[in-house]
Design a protein around this ligand. Structure first.
Ligand SMILES: Cc1ncc(COP(=O)(O)O)c(C=O)c1O
Length: 409
């Protein structure tokens, strides 16, 4: 029987958008762009127009698109074993766990499929850890302006009303403090604290890095009150900061009890993970947590390949990230519409004095993909393989976009 659906390439961009509008939950506000393929740091739409990808699927496509080494292992593994459940062993989960433990300084791993799911596991660790000490020890200290995902648990520690308000009541016990406010953190922490949860760079919140003193204070308070220090590196981690994890780039590195990450680790194949020291890992005993899909052979093998490439890429990420930041600062000095440039490595934000949505659309029309978070912050999460030449290309376009924005504001 022939398919009743036209193949994607035969459909016009308009038909594709109309079909989605009719049949999908209307939860996404998509940009009017239908992507067809990618190669390296570039994406191509249905008509073959090329875009420099400075967003990499919100921080996911770490090695860009169709990277030959990733393509090779996906092809090979797809012909061997894609999924086998967590009832059985396969060759790659233990090997990847060792790799992640070696890279992070932590001891044990759990594999999920997304950042939100990984956060859920970390929250269960916190609750179980607290409950084993005292049934009142279930408070979680999280930060205002944070983002940890869309499930009820992750939302309960997400410090932005717009994500939470339609779903309350959420999981009880969250206390929010302002990022980098040491006194507020100290006041919120106590014997009832089960965990302190930090994003080393708040991503959805507008690209705000945490200060060394604040992270050190969180470590000290977690130790003082026998609570877990959880770092959510879903957006800022796994090579993007120029180190494996963002907590490693502090002048005095602070080791969390639990680290959570996802996005880039399997280069577009869904994977999230939780890493824990032995104290935190002891909170999850047989039967207390699990997943059908998490840690499958395809995702784990791709992630192992990614780590092999990443080992060689880290110095380049640091160098290109510094060059990108310098380039954005240079643009800021020439355009009054730019308020501030923030971030490090390949996680950068440019805060504007006006809303950034039009700048995103104008950049897209000029062949550059970025996005805008928190209304006024242009966010750059390019693939880890970005080159200085591509940064120069981006700067020329952004210069034009910012000049237009300034003239119209
Ligand atoms: C810091 C942080 N935590 C958690 C999440 C949720 O991850 P996912 O969308 O993979 O569920 C995100 C997503 O952007 C994030 O930035």
């Amino acid at each position: 029987m022939t398919s009743v659906l036209p193949s994607a390439v035969d459909q016009s961009a308009q038909q594709i958008q109309d079909l989605e509008r009719q049949y999908l939950l209307q939860n996404y506000a998509r940009y009017p762009l239908v992507l067809a393929r990618g190669k390296g740091s570039y994406l191509y739409d249905l008509e073959g127009r090329r875009y420099l990808d400075l967003l990499s699927g919100i921080g996911v496509n770490a090695l860009g698109h169709a990277h030959p080494r990733i393509l090779k292992v996906i092809r090979e593994q797809a012909g061997l074993l894609v999924h086998c459940s967590n009832l059985y062993y396969h060759q790659y989960q233990g090997a990847l766990a060792k790799r992640l433990c070696d890279a992070s300084g932590l001891a044990r791993a759990f594999f999920a499929n997304t950042g939100t799911e990984a956060i859920e596991c970390a929250l269960k660790m916190a609750h179980s850890h607290g409950r084993a000490i005292n049934s009142d020890k279930f408070e979680l200290i999280a930060l205002e302006n944070s983002f940890h995902g869309r499930t009820m648990g992750a939302l309960s520690i997400t410090g932005q009303a717009k994500y939470r308000q339609d779903f309350e009541p959420l999981v009880p016990g969250a206390r929010f403090v302002t990022a980098n406010d040491l006194a507020a953190l100290e006041a919120a922490a106590g014997e009832r604290t089960a965990a302190i949860v930090l994003e080393m760079i708040q991503g959805e919140g507008g690209v705000y890095p945490l200060a060394q003193e604040f992270v050190s204070k969180a470590r000290e308070l977690a130790d003082r009150h026998n609570a877990l220090l959880i770092m959510d590196e879903t957006q800022c981690g796994v090579g993007r900061p120029g180190t494996y994890f963002a907590y490693q780039r502090l002048e005095s590195p602070v080791l969390p009890d639990v680290a959570v990450a996802a996005k880039p680790v399997a280069c577009g194949i869904p994977m999230g993970f939780v890493l824990a020291n032995e104290r935190a890992a002891a909170s999850i005993r047989p039967g207390m947590h699990g997943t059908t899909f998490g840690g499958g052979p395809l995702a784990c093998r791709v992630a192992l390949e990614f780590f092999d490439v990443l080992d060689e890429l880290l110095p380049t990420i640091r160098a290109v990230g510094a060059y990108f930041r310098h380039t954005l600062e240079n643009l800021a000095s020439k355009h009054a519409v730019v308020k501030e440039v923030r971030g490090f490595g390949l996680m950068l934000g440019m805060e504007l004095t006006v809303p950034g949505k039009q700048a995103v659309l104008d950049a897209m029309a000029e062949g550059i993909l970025i996005n805008c978070t928190h209304d006024t912050v242009l966010r750059f999460l390019p693939p880890h393989i970005l080159t200085e030449k591509q940064v120069d290309q981006a700067a020329r376009t952004l210069g034009k976009v910012l000049s237009k924005l300034q003239a119209n504001s």
